[in-house]
Design a protein around this ligand. Structure first.
Ligand code: FES
Length: 261
């Protein structure tokens, strides 16, 4: 059990955990897009930068192993500047879709932009256009909104085991897509919508149904089968608009099936 200093406070940590998980468990704020507690870390988005005493540059905390005596700082001007620069890069090709995007109100990109960027953009060139299309019977992608964090791709590989999603193209044209003629249509497919940190993947059943800030959320249990997945309802004017899973490590981890929804 190595001891580290997190924001000046000494703590004992599990040496097998990566730094981001430790910071979040300790209540320290570290913005992140590609890391998800139910998936393997990938280090794609670069948003989870922190300062560590044994490195001269800022480090990506979701991939960084802990070591005895390490000192970690999650909030300081240098870290803020790094995150701000990463966010500017992520926003370069992102459209101002918030007024028509179903993710508005629960979007990490919105929240972090509000915190770090203050609504200003220096980008005057033409944005790259990527396709908007159906990926399967229940899921539609807005390619322009995708920040290629690959949470959805990893979910299909690691959890569903079906691997329908992949990243096509290179550089600023990179986007999530399906293989030709093989739509995403597995029994767990809609979890990719829940874990999309921006509004790129949209559940067609919920599309344009409600602005989330008008809805009420209630914790409950899915009654579709005897497993009893922990879920949360999103209700607008007494009408249940969607079900989403609630984490429960003993029952459904972070997921629920499309049948239950
Ligand atoms: Fe660490 Fe994306 S959360 S790189």
């Amino acid at each position: 059990m190595p001891k580290i200093k997190l924001n000046g406070k000494e703590i004992e940590v599990d040496g097998k955990e990566k730094l981001l998980k430790i910071c979040l468990d300790q209540g320290a704020f570290v913005p992140h897009y590609c890391w998800h507690p139910g998936l393997q870390p990938a280090g794609n988005c670069r948003m989870c930068l922190v300062k560590v005493s044994n490195s001269k540059k800022l480090e990506v905390s979701c991939m960084y192993p802990v070591a005895e005596g390490m000192e970690v700082t999650t909030e300081c001007p240098e870290v803020d500047a790094g995150r701000k620069a990463v966010l500017e890069y992520l926003l370069i090709n992102h459209p101002l879709d918030c007024p028509i995007c179903d993710k508005a109100g629960e979007c990490d990109l919105q929240d972090y932009t509000y915190k770090y960027r203050g609504g200003l953009s220096r980008f005057e060139e033409d944005k790259t256009i990527r396709p908007t299309k159906d990926l399967g019977p229940n899921i539609r992608i807005w390619g322009n909104r995708c920040i290629v964090c690959t949470r959805c791709v990893r979910f299909c590989e690691e959890v569903a085991g079906t691997g329908e999603l992949c990243v096509i193209e290179r550089g600023d044209r990179s986007v999530v897509d399906v293989f030709p003629g093989i739509p995403i249509d597995n029994p767990l497919s809609l979890n990719v919508v829940d874990i999309c940190p921006v509004g790129a993947l949209i559940d067609k059943n919920f599309m344009y149904q409600a602005r989330v800030w008008f809805t009420k959320r209630t914790e409950t249990v899915c009654a579709s089968c005897s497993l009893g997945c922990n879920v949360e309802t999103t209700v607008l004017y007494n009408d249940i608009k969607r079900l989403q899973p609630r984490p429960n490590a003993e029952v459904n981890q972070h997921w629920m099936c499309d049948e239950g929804r």
